[in-house]
Design a protein around this ligand. Structure first.
Ligand SMILES: [Zn+2]
Length: 86
């Protein structure tokens, strides 16, 4: 159950939908990605990978404040927020 990949179907952002970016640990492409708050919390506790809004899956373990926000995540989040407001 730990590694079942969930499809990216964030339909109605609630307070559960994040806003804390977490970072990519790759050698390149270092961005802070947006993930769902529940996923981020679980990752912190269990060390399991998270799935970003852009679809990237990785285990976050860096301080996101040092990195620029992933443009793709930013775009998706904007879209979700706008839909939520309408
Ligand atoms: Zn991203």
């Amino acid at each position: 159950m730990a590694d079942a990949p969930a499809p990216l179907t964030i339909t109605a952002p609630t307070e559960e939908t994040v806003t804390n970016p977490v970072t990519d640990e790759g050698d390149h492409d270092r961005f802070a990605h947006y993930v769902r708050k529940a996923d981020a919390a679980r990752a912190a506790v269990e060390g399991v990978p998270v799935r970003a809004l852009c679809g990237k899956v990785w285990v976050p373990n860096r301080d996101p404040s040092k990195y620029p926000v992933c443009p793709e995540c930013n775009k998706i989040r904007d879209r979700l927020m706008n839909r939520n407001n309408n």
